[in-house]
Write a protein that binds this ligand. Structure first.
Ligand code: HEC
Ligand code: HEC
Length: 228
């Protein structure tokens, strides 16, 4: 039995359903999670999690996130709406679970800085889950860059464009050519360093992402400033 507040989507409450979708997009949960069979596999598959966990546990996981999940500082009502959205997405997932993606391991560095390029050059201000190196960085000044170069990161480059190697290079040379008010200072990297960074941030696209995400990924929503 699902408590009423988490079962509103089953009653066809259109407002809950659309608000849930909007929150998933606004906070770009699919940067890290598969939800309704779509998204990156950098953290737990939430379609599976809804089968193992009670809605109350999912709500707690969002309200009091573990170390490598951003704290979104949401109101209880927003968390309820998100849990409804997760349950609805999992219920709509057709067929069996897809072949598991690469196993993701989150290394615990115990607060130590890694020796990779991201940890050194970006880690003081950013965090990111990566397919190859696990959880990197420990700064909170800038957004969490998990899945930056995938279709599931919000298109926050110029005019709602997605981030690519080229746009990332442009940004790093001088963020203010992209956003006049950017607080981030230029970061000088050589071309090989840019390629190394791209290799660290790269996420293998799953089939759904390649076909569906560009069209429907996050609805072109630009998140508010300050999204973690
Ligand atoms: C930067 C990556 C990242 C983002 C973005 C993110 N999460 Fe998470 N989330 C994690 C990690 C890491 C865990 C811990 C489980 C794991 O390591 O896979 C987690 C765990 C969870 C769990 C518990 C899963 C379980 O198996 O117990 C829920 C529920 C959840 N996240 C919901 C959300 C929602 C909803 C959003 C968007 C509002 C979101 N997450 C955004 C990284 C992220
Ligand atoms: C001294 C802190 C600092 C360092 C170091 C830093 N950044 Fe940032 N970054 C920020 C801040 C603050 C923002 C928020 C946007 C702004 O500048 O207003 C940001 C924004 C970004 C954005 C835009 C993301 C979005 O969704 O809006 C990208 C991409 C980015 N940084 C990439 C990087 C990369 C890659 C590195 C390492 C090579 C790096 N940053 C190093 C502070 C930093």
């Amino acid at each position: 039995m699902i408590a009423g507040r988490y079962a509103r989507f089953t009653l066809g409450e259109a407002a809950v359903v659309s608000e849930g979708q909007r929150l998933l997009d606004q906070y770009a949960c699919r940067r890290c999670h598969v939800i309704g069979n779509r998204g990156n596999r950098l953290a737990a598959d939430l379609d599976q999690a809804t089968k193992r966990k009670a809605p109350e546990e999912l709500a707690t996981a969002i309200l009091k996130p573990v170390q490598n999940m951003p704290a979104f500082h949401l109101a209880d009502s927003q968390v309820d709406t998100l849990v409804n959205a997760l349950l609805q997405a999992a219920a709509g997932r057709k067929g069996a679970a897809p072949a598991a993606g690469p196993q993701v391991v989150h290394f615990d560095r115990g607060g130590e800085t890694g020796q990779d390029l991201f940890s050194k050059k970006c880690g003081p201000c950013h965090r990111a889950l990566t397919a190859r190196l696990g959880a990197l960085g420990r700064g909170e000044a800038g957004p969490n860059l998990s899945g930056l170069l995938s279709p599931w990161y919000p298109p926050t480059f110029r005019e709602r464009q997605a981030w690519t190697q080229t746009s990332l290079s442009t940004w790093l040379k001088n963020p203010r050519t992209v956003r006049p008010w950017a607080r981030m200072q230029p970061v000088v990297l050589t071309e090989p360093e840019v390629r190394e960074l791209v290799d660290i941030l790269r996420v293998e696209p799953d089939r759904e992402s390649r076909t569906g995400a560009a069209a429907q990924g996050n609805g072109g929503q630009v998140p508010p400033r300050g999204r973690p």
